[in-house]
Design a protein around this ligand. Structure first.
Ligand SMILES: [Zn+2]
Length: 210
């Protein structure tokens, strides 16, 4: 196994610059248990820089990523173990008070499922992805017919965030934390090319954050 040059160079740059400048913060972060201000569940997409967008520092955000930022339903026993174990640790052990579902524009996972449903084509031979994206079935059904194709994808991405939040509420320990006012769930949709973020308001409608 070879260590690629880009890794070494980038690491050395970080160690000499960022780490050097924030050395104290890094050291202090190990003196007590981590205490993140929020858990963020987002997509694996390389263009989602959640720590950059929300000015994250060491210990601020507890991150879980999966294809298309999905929280599977409680009934989806085969699919939910990974994501739910991250959530369980975040809420039961770290007692993080905010849980953010951060979806995004141009989501390859959402688009893949959309196209495979719409064209009724045989899906690619993706052994794992094909199983995982079946979690998107319910939100797919909520896409209205009378809007343009590009809008349909955006609506699908946003419905997927709503569905993930709905699914979160199925888990008793999460519902209990909300009832006790110990947990705030936040739905966000991020548009990569414009930097726009929309949040899910109390009426369950996506509204500009700024
Ligand atoms: Zn994505």
């Amino acid at each position: 196994m070879e260590i690629p040059k880009f890794l070494v160079e980038r690491y050395q740059f970080w160690k000499k610059n960022t780490f050097q400048n924030y050395k104290n913060i890094y050291q202090q972060a190990t003196e007590t248990q981590q205490k993140p201000i929020a858990m963020i569940i987002t997509c694996c997409d390389s263009r989602i820089l959640e720590n950059t967008i929300f000015c994250g520092s060491v210990g601020d955000f507890f991150i879980h990523r999966n294809i298309a930022n999905i929280v599977p339903s409680k009934n989806d026993k085969k699919q939910n173990i990974q994501t739910l174990s991250a959530i369980e640790y975040a809420l039961k052990v770290l007692k993080i008070p905010n849980l953010i579902i951060l979806g995004h524009s141009n989501c390859g996972g959402v688009e893949y499922f959309y196209k495979s449903m719409k064209d009724n084509k045989n899906k690619n031979n993706f052994e794992y992805i094909n199983k995982w994206v079946t979690c998107l079935e319910n939100s797919y059904k909520k896409i209205p017919n009378d809007i343009s194709e590009s809008k349909k994808i955006t609506v699908f991405e946003q419905e997927n965030i709503k569905e993930s939040i709905k699914n979160l509420l199925e888990y008793e320990f999460i519902g209990k934390l909300i009832d006790e006012n110990k947990l705030n769930i936040i739905g966000l949709w991020y548009q990569i090319d414009t930097g726009l973020i929309k949040f899910l308001n109390k009426k369950n409608i996506f509204t500009d954050l700024d």
